[in-house]
Design a protein around this ligand. Structure first.
Ligand code: FAD
Length: 536
């Protein structure tokens, strides 16, 4: 019924001629006859051009048109019409891709010659229920799939509440991160964002509008979470809330050796298990490790570590035996300003067993909002220098089994990126028991595994295209090492059906294919993940 993905574009640079609208695809005549209730479809080249861009700036696959939905019915109508086109004409290749904010790096929210659904216009609002309701007696928020996490945070904080699990950057869409996993420094404690969802409203690839949860239509619910957009379009998500702290003590503690850096992080996240049986005290709320280059670079050298106005004026503060890489663990603990003394005692106790360099620890007290929105400050600064979305971003994200992290250090950090790296490098451990195996997201089968994010920017200084090409080549080398170390890609990109099967593992793959046949049998959704293609 389904043929495995075959249209592979990586690692080439796909650039369509400027202002070109692709030839009309068979099936588009159906779209022209679509009777939308409130939204609209545009075939204008500016709409098409914008939908062919993403954060990676590596691939550009132009759709035929863009839907700006205003109601869930608009999405249902589009999916049903596309299915009808598929069924009536065996040569219709019309596909649909929901687009959150296009923060993917490899065209995952694009649809060549298809229709991109711009989820941001589905303005259903954000509804906070501090006491829950009759069906769901816990605090929750309902948000449309295209809402940004920053707006979810603003709405929930008005009630003194907030979701428990976050991404580092909040200008990402709810539907986009839930289609992957959504990870950050809180994940060791609360699981990824997909472990914190109570209910979803989904339009399947068959055009059915279904409300699902762990107890109601659970197969669809878990398929969609981490499902790479393959099974349905998330139109609304219900997210669990907790009481939000007012302030956060934010700490950066520096290390010169990788072993102490990882050992301490593992110790810090192991307290979560003890906290579950004893008392929440004794656990930081957030743990994230960062690798930096031992140079002056303000973006990923040691000068980026201290919080302003704590200046690190002299490299003499860095121990003489330090190598070309330095490390720091970023920690956070929420507190009530009326109870600062208790927080300080607790933090002191939690820091005591750690092996950071005692003179190189930096702290700041900030509001919870400021802490969660921290990457936005960097965005504003980089944007003003033309170093944010104008660049290509050949990022790779990996989940590395704990047993392989030392080898990863030796073979990747020490060999390939110890001299220079134009962007952040994150290395932090996660607890497997916080991930739900029923969801589609894939992770290594070890109790602890690391998120390793290699977030390079292709800087113009290296010459047009040169730096991007060499970075993509470097990434291929890293991915090949990772393959041998048993890592999984997070936000995965694979080129062949065999690689996808290997990614999911044979049981996982069988389940993924079965779910595709159940929920999107005509392979209409998210075509640029390159997993499935229609077999006529
Ligand atoms: P898009 O890129 O638009 O879409 C991603 C995929 O999901 C596509 O296949 C799309 O078709 C599908 N999709 C989108 N919306 C829906 C929907 N409503 N229903 C069904 N499918 C849908 N990730 C983390 O986990 N942690 C981080 O800390 C983190 N930080 C980031 C920082 C920056 C600066 C950037 C650019 C990205 C970061 N990411 C992080 C990655 C991010 O989670 C992914 O890019 C993710 O895809 C969300 O982006 P988006 O909302 O723009 O989705």
């Amino acid at each position: 019924f389904l043929k495995l993905g075959a249209t592979i574009f990586w690692p080439g640079l796909i650039a369509l001629p400027k202002n070109t609208v692709n030839p009309i695809t068979i099936g588009l005549d159906y779209i022209n006859s679509l009777n939308l209730r409130r939204g609209r479809i545009s075939f204008h080249h500016t709409a098409v051009d914008a939908a062919a861009r993403d954060w990676g700036s590596i691939k550009r696959l132009a759709p035929a048109g863009v839907l700006y939905p205003e109601s869930v019915d608009d999405i249902v109508s589009l999916v049903r019409t596309t299915t009808a086109a598929r069924l009536s004409s065996s040569s219709s290749n019309l596909t649909l891709a929901a687009k959150g904010r296009g923060h993917s790096v490899n065209g995952q929210a694009q649809a060549l010659d298809g229709i991109v659904i711009e989820m941001s216009t589905l303005a259903l609002g954000i509804r906070v229920m501090p006491e829950g309701d009759a069906d769901c007696p816990v605090a929750f928020v309902d948000a449309a799939g295209g809402e940004l996490w920053i707006d979810v945070l603003k709405a929930t904080l008005k009630h003194g509440l907030a979701p428990r699990s976050w991404t580092d950057y909040l200008y990402l869409s709810v539907g986009g991160t839930l289609s992957n996993a959504g990870v950050s420094g809180q994940t060791f404690r609360h699981g990824p964002q997909i472990s914190n969802v109570l209910q979803l409203e989904v339009v399947t690839g068959k055009g059915e509008l279904i409300i699902c949860s762990p107890s109601k239509q659970p197969d669809l619910f878990f398929a969609v979470l981490g499902g790479l957009g393959q099974f349905g379009i998330i139109t609304r998500a219900r997210i669990l809330l907790e009481r939000a702290p007012q302030q956060v003590r934010w700490i950066r503690a520096m290390y010169t050796d990788f072993q102490s850096f990882t050992r301490d992080q593992e110790m810090l996240i192991s307290t979560e298990k003890k906290a579950a049986v004893e008392d929440a005290a004794g656990t930081f709320d957030y743990v994230e490790g960062i690798v930096i280059i031992n140079n002056d670079n303000p973006y990923n050298g040691w000068k980026s570590v201290p919080f302003a106005p704590q200046e690190l004026n002299s490299s003499s503060m860095i121990p003489k035996d330090a190598g070309s890489l330095l490390y720091y663990i970023e920690l956070a603990k929420g507190f009530d300003p009326n109870n600062i003394h208790a927080m300080e005692q607790e933090v002191e106790k939690m820091l005591a067993p750690l092996n950071y360099i005692p003179s190189l620890i930096f702290t700041a007290d900030v509001s919870y909002f400021q802490f969660l929105n921290r990457v936005h400050d960097a965005e504003l600064s980089l944007s003003s220098q033309g170093l944010w979305e104008t660049l290509s971003h050949p990022w790779i994200n990996l989940l590395v089994p704990r047993s392989a992290i030392s080898d990863f250090d030796e073979q990747v950090f020490q060999q390939l990126i110890c001299q220079d790296f134009s962007g952040p490098i994150l290395v932090y451990p996660l607890n497997k028991h916080k991930w739900d195996k029923r969801a589609s997201a894939v992770f290594p089968d070890e109790d602890v595994f690391y998120l390793v994010a290699l977030l390079r920017n292709a800087l113009p200084s290296a010459g047009p295209g040169v730096s991007l090409r060499s970075q993509i080549d470097d990434n291929s080398k890293i991915l090949s090492i990772c393959h041998h170390l048993g890592c999984k890609q997070y936000l995965p990109t694979y080129n062949t059906p065999e690689q996808w099967e290997q990614h999911f593992g044979s049981d996982g793959w069988e389940n993924f294919v079965r779910r595709k046949q159940t929920f999107d049998p005509h392979a209409i959704l998210a075509p640029s993940q390159n997993i499935f293609q229609r077999d006529d």
